[in-house]
Design a protein around this ligand. Sequence first.
Ligand code: NAD
Length: 451
Amino acid sequence: MATISVVGTGYVGLVTGACFADLGHRVTCIDIDAAKVETLKRGGIPIYEPGLEELVKRNIRAGRLHFTTSYADGLADTSFVFVAVNTPPGPSGEADMTYARSAAHSIAEHLGTPATVVNKSTMPIGTGDWVAGILARYGSVAAAVVSNPEFLREGSAVTDFNHPDRIVLGADDREAAERVAELYSPLKAPILITDLRTAEMIKYASNAFLATKISFINEIASICEKMGADVEQVAHGMGLDARIGRAFLNAGAGYGGSCFPKDVQALAHMAALSGCHPQLLRAVMEINRDARRSVVLKLRAALGSLEEKTIGVLGLAFKPNTDDLREAAAIEIIHLLQGEGATIQAYDPEAMEKAKAILPGVRFCTDAYEAAEGVDALVLLTEWSEFKSLDLPQLRAAMKQPIFVDGRNVYDTAEMADEGFEYHGIGRGNGHRDGAAVALKHAVGTLVEAG
Ligand code: NAD
């Protein structure tokens, strides 16, 4: 069993540390956030992630999982140092490497035994060489640098760690990659070993592709609205084609979270700086901005002016099963609505504590029905399971006006109409019938002419 250090104890670092400990390794997690480390030492969990609390507690009890703010303690006798610090977006869309730089310097300074440094954070292409340079400048005993991008999804992070589709390892020293591969061998997952830069690019390209699928279906959704087609059935029909697949073809208020927005931006930034013209990536970002704004436009179309209107918001987290609000569509949409004079009352099963700090002026409710009380319109922005089985008559009775904007297409158009709602989904072909008829006539006319 190996001795492993994990630098950065956020969503990725904590899951990585706890899961490696559960595989039987001795793991020490290092973080500069003293309050977080204190919470973790007591067996508390600073984030919401299904299954994580139990996993952390079990491995602390077994003496395999430790937490510290001290690099000297955390790196003592270690063989592998996983770097999982945050790489947030910088002012021009680049990855902000402040935290990674500081972590690399601290590792270089304190590493006392030969160890393999493993970059797990999503870092720009070339970072592996850059970290190796920092380690070398300190005369550090690091054996090698390996890139091991992380693909776990918040909300199912523990399961994803244990059942990955693939493990990507990039290194210019193949033996170093094989040492890291050995740590993952109990997971029996496909392992791909590449050079450093290729592994770094696989991560960016994967996230950019998934974001592209989302923006693609959102563009199709806008066209569906004008043409009277239903994007849900379109996505189903497309997804049955094995070459396409159904995943990530969910039309809605756009992607958010700590990864897709920043990684697409950072890739576009890197591409532009290297003389490329990343027009597809730019379109992906622009469509995502439009997807969020389309929710506000739907409310405006249904209500007229939003001044002094009360809007209920169901869901704040960027996706279900997490309390993560980073780049959540709800944050931008709420700001836009407040800017137009609306009053917001909101409910989220897990993200409200974090939301209170960043959403002044919002009234936070104890459940969906309280969020619907007396509202002019209700907007669903995160598809939590509990929002999929709401008591519709109770919800309808609570609202002042029955306007329901479904930013995640959770509900069925006909069912909502039967329940007395004025329902606005995304790309459901409901609400622009006149425009659709004209557009269709025009399209058919063009076809006839062409034929
Ligand atoms: P996070 O913000 O939740 O956690 C980062 C942690 O690093 C924080 O606890 C912070 O205090 C700590 N930290 C910062 N500087 C440090 C330093 N110098 N030394 C020690 N600790 C330090 O971030 P996250 O969501 O876990 O993401 C980490 C990286 O993994 C990012 O690059 C992200 O893009 C990538 N990633 C994230 C996900 C995800 O779903 N969150 C998935 C795949 C990849």
